[in-house]
Design a protein around this ligand. Structure first.
Ligand SMILES: [Fe+2]
Length: 452
């Protein structure tokens, strides 16, 4: 336990009896309830034969809209406080799961890395009061390595047991991978456990929570919009491929399994729905997608197809987002993209605890521009998370690292929403992020900003 939590507190009870945090703080676990051995499945005949296959997108639950209202998840006193403050704050980060156990890393180390981030976020909730962070929007890869139900306790419910706010999530590639227990064929449909824990028809306890109180979420599907005061977040599902290949559409029929392009229709429709409110200055609009459109990470580089698909929807709707958030690459990166004179931060924060991975090969020194996108600060290869605040006039994003109990602000950016301009973007004293530490085999030729 790195963050001191108050011993006595009244936890939130949201609409429908929704619960979030345990009644009493407890120490972090020191060993896995279920030892994670799923990495072995990477060598299975089924995985090797199908690792480049996309998976179908589960349909949105029938009879429900594609968007949620945050007010339905919080008690009246929190909703009232947010509206009185005329601004909202929330958390975002991806790739949180503690599972990476190998010769160089013990289970205790993996647990500590995720716990350090989760405890810092929970500490923000405790210290922030009614107008502190209102929710956590997870950027995907909740459960490693294959989204298995049996690991939800160790990787999600236990680490966030003191996080007394709702947690929404888009799936990452690991959440949607199809796995088998130990065999040559898949035994569980894609996203089955994710749907159970994040897209349930009704609030209630989870069979995967190990008795912890957090209520399952009732998202309409794996792509959805969260409408909150002063901000809407449109989340998309970029499917199951590892590496750089996020896929949100059939790409003109190239991927028949995604025929119908439901997410492109959804995104265009949602941008049109939000357009008038955005143009009236009532709310910011954020896009969230697990695979980053821009990234300098060689293993998890930029996903140009995702960017092109999102661009087509923005053009059709006549509305561009104010911010794009992603995970997948296990570090922090901040870019500014300029579209039609509008400056849009593209922020990658796949730094939630699974791994901290330096870019492979030396990266250009920030600022570094290619095309319409500029890497603004040198990537930060440490565990940490985003805190975002907006009043619909300005929007700020802060990246804090949380390593072995030490929490530090490392970068921040502010956007004037009416002007579509980044008005400040300095990091910590020194002017920005830290340079990635060189690792063996990491001294290759300079790498260009990846936009395939
Ligand atoms: Fe990922």
């Amino acid at each position: 336990m790195r963050i001191k939590l108050r011993n006595m507190r009244a936890n939130l009870v949201g609409n429908g009896g929704r619960l979030y945090a345990e009644p009493s703080p407890s120490p972090d676990e020191t060993s896995f309830q279920q030892d994670n051995v799923s990495a072995e499945y990477y060598n299975s005949p089924y995985y090797l034969a199908h690792k480049n296959d996309l998976q179908p997108i589960p349909p949105v639950r029938a009879g429900v809209p594609g968007y949620l209202n945050l007010a339905d998840f919080l008690p009246d006193e929190v909703n009232t406080a947010i509206n009185a403050a005329q601004k909202i704050t929330f958390h975002a980060v991806g790739d949180t799961g503690a599972a990476k156990v190998n010769q160089a890393q013990t289970a205790a180390m993996a647990i500590e890395q995720e716990a350090s981030v989760a405890d810092a976020m929970s500490g923000d909730i405790q210290s922030g009061g009614l107008t502190g962070p209102a929710f956590f929007f997870h950027l995907g890869d909740v459960i490693y390595n294959f989204g298995e139900a049996q690991y939800y306790y160790d990787q999600f419910y236990e680490p966030f047991r003191n996080y007394d706010r709702p947690i929404f999530s888009i799936p990452g590639n690991h959440d949607g991978m199809v796995f088998g227990a130990a065999s040559a064929t898949p035994q569980v449909p894609t996203l089955e456990a994710f749907l159970r824990n994040f897209c349930a028809a009704t609030p209630g306890s989870s069979p995967n929570a190990g008795g912890l109180v957090r209520t399952v979420m009732t998202q309409p599907g794996v792509y959805f919009t969260l409408d909150a005061p002063y901000v809407s977040i449109i989340g998309l599902y970029s499917n199951v491929l590892d590496s750089n290949a996020g896929v949100i559409s059939s790409q003109g029929g190239h991927f028949p399994i995604l025929k119908g392009d439901v997410q492109l229709k959804f995104l265009t429709s949602e941008l049109k729905r939000l357009k008038a409110d955005r143009q009236a200055g009532n709310r910011a609009v954020i896009l969230a997608v697990h695979h980053p459109p821009a990234s300098v990470d060689a293993k998890h580089g930029g996903s140009a197809s995702v960017e092109q698909d999102m661009d087509s929807c923005c053009k059709a709707a006549g509305l561009w987002p104010d911010v794009v958030l992603s995970g997948h690459a296990h570090l922090y990166q901040r870019f500014t993209r300029v579209v039609g004179g509008k400056q849009i931060p593209y922020v990658v924060s796949g730094s939630g605890g699974f791994a901290a991975t330096p870019p492979q090969g030396s990266v250009p020194t920030a600022p570094y521009t290619i095309g319409d996108t500029t890497l603004e600060v040198d990537p930060i290869v440490e565990f940490g998370y985003l805190t975002i605040t907006t009043d619909a006039k300005t929007l700020s994003i802060t990246f804090k690292t949380a390593v072995q109990g030490a929490v530090a602000v490392r970068d921040s950016v502010t956007v004037d929403l009416s002007q579509g301009k980044v008005t400040s973007g300095t990091g910590v004293p020194g002017g920005g992020g830290s340079k990635p530490k060189p690792t063996p085999g990491n001294a290759k030729s300079p790498k260009k900003l990846t936009k395939k």
